[in-house]
Write a protein that binds this ligand. Structure first.
Ligand code: CP3
Length: 354
């Protein structure tokens, strides 16, 4: 069934829309008091993510509070390596930690592609639960990490600033990194296809750390595997096409390459001009982005001005092809009232322009 509000899907397909649709990366999360309540009740992030009813509840919170044009499945990119047996936990103040990081040739060789309908069944159950609760009001976005971004966490064993172990493996034993990336690409393809079968109506691949790679290495170790995934994805569900968004933080310099990976839309961070990007690739793909999430700390007038600047920068308002978003996830200390002002401005200003 087509969602009642399908503005987001039409913008992704570069069709005309009445206004610019908006959703925000990490729209469900700790900046929302109603999220913190559920998170506390569940005891841990993973307990919340593994419980379909609770995951559904927090998925809907920002959609209902702000009137966003899409919902995004509440889960995490690290559920896939967790399902490979790496043992994920979130340690307060430290972020994600893997009990069994991939740091030896033996560990690389024993990696396997998890069955998304058994090891990750809780994610598919959450998707079905959310679709029921949304009742076709807005589309549901599914997601996964890119093979390279997942590999960074799997090899480092958690967050990292310099990706020492990952890059050392890349330069010293590229064959081992390629082996990890190949398993990850197959795992992500199966995982996203299972999400599509369970009911997600668009998917986003988060390549959060692709931008940390050198020119050439990005193409070889990240984009190649993203392309492999995109070509393996189911193109339609329930008679509707399922658009694919590829977000590479720091990937603005490679957008012409990214535009050739088969994705329908490129997610951009704030370092790029949407107008310039549109001139170079927007006859092939739609664009998503790209307000600096830190602008949400500048007060309402500045937020509204910045939202208008982003919409004007894209230009060609009315011809479709722009999904408004932040250039990265919403920061934890953001005030919900500021997000409300942002969503209101995007809707009101773009409606006048369309
Ligand atoms: O966008 C959404 O609202 C959907 C949910 C979502 C989460 N993580 C929930 C979450 C999505 C799409 C993600 C993606 C994700 N997770 C990425 C890619 C996007 C990006 O931000 O670059 C990455 C790199 C991760 C890995 C991850 N998960 C980190 C580094 C952390 C932070 C740990 C910390 O304590 O600061 C997480 C945990 C996480 N994932 C939280 C949420 C709401 C916060 C943990 C909590 O509530 O306890």
């Amino acid at each position: 069934m087509k969602p009642i509000n399908d503005t987001f899907l039409r913008a992704l397909r570069r069709e005309k829309t009445e206004y610019t649709p908006v959703w925000l990366m990490r729209q469900a999360g700790r900046y929302l008091p109603e999220y913190r309540k559920v998170r506390e009740r569940m005891g841990s992030f993973m307990a919340l993510a593994r419980n379909p009813e609770a995951a559904c509840e927090v998925t809907l919170q920002p959609v209902e509070r702000f009137g966003l044009d899409a919902a995004i499945l509440f889960s995490d990119i690290l559920t896939v390596p967790d399902a490979m047996g790496l043992g994920l936990s979130f340690v307060a103040g430290e972020g994600p930690v893997f009990a069994r990081p991939v740091q030896s040739e033996e560990a690389v060789r024993s990696l396997y592609v998890p069955d998304p309908n058994t090891e990750l069944r809780y994610v598919m159950d959450a998707v079905r639960e959310i679709r029921r609760a949304l009742a076709d009001r807005v589309p549901l976005i599914g997601f996964s990490g890119s093979p390279f971004t997942l590999a960074c966490y799997m090899i480092e064993g958690g967050s990292s600033k310099d990706f020492y172990a990952t890059k050392r493996m890349m330069y010293e034993r590229p064959d081992l990194l390629h082996r990890i990336l190949d398993v990850n690409a197959r795992a992500v393809t199966d995982y996203l296809n299972a999400q599509i079968e369970a009911g997600v109506q668009a998917v986003q691949i988060f390549d959060t750390w692709g931008g940390a790679l050198a020119h050439g290495k990005y193409q070889e170790f990240s984009l190649k595997y993203v392309s492999q995934i995109v070509s393996g994805l189911k193109k339609t569900s329930d008679g509707e096409s399922v658009p694919v968004i590829v977000f590479t933080k720091g990937g603005g310099i490679w957008i012409e390459d990214i535009a050739r990976c088969g994705a329908d839309c490129i997610g951009l961070d704030w370092t790029v001009s949407l107008g310039t990007a549109r001139q170079s690739v927007a006859d092939r793909v739609s664009l998503q982005g790209n307000m600096d999430p830190m602008a949400l700390f500048a007060g309402e007038a500045a937020i509204r001005a910045e939202a208008r600047r982003v919409i004007d920068d894209f230009g060609a308002v009315g011809s479709g092809g722009h999904v408004f978003n932040l250039g990265h996830g919403i920061a934890q200390k953001t005030e919900p009232e500021m997000v409300a002002a942002l969503v209101d401005e995007v809707h009101a200003y773009s409606r006048i322009k369309h």
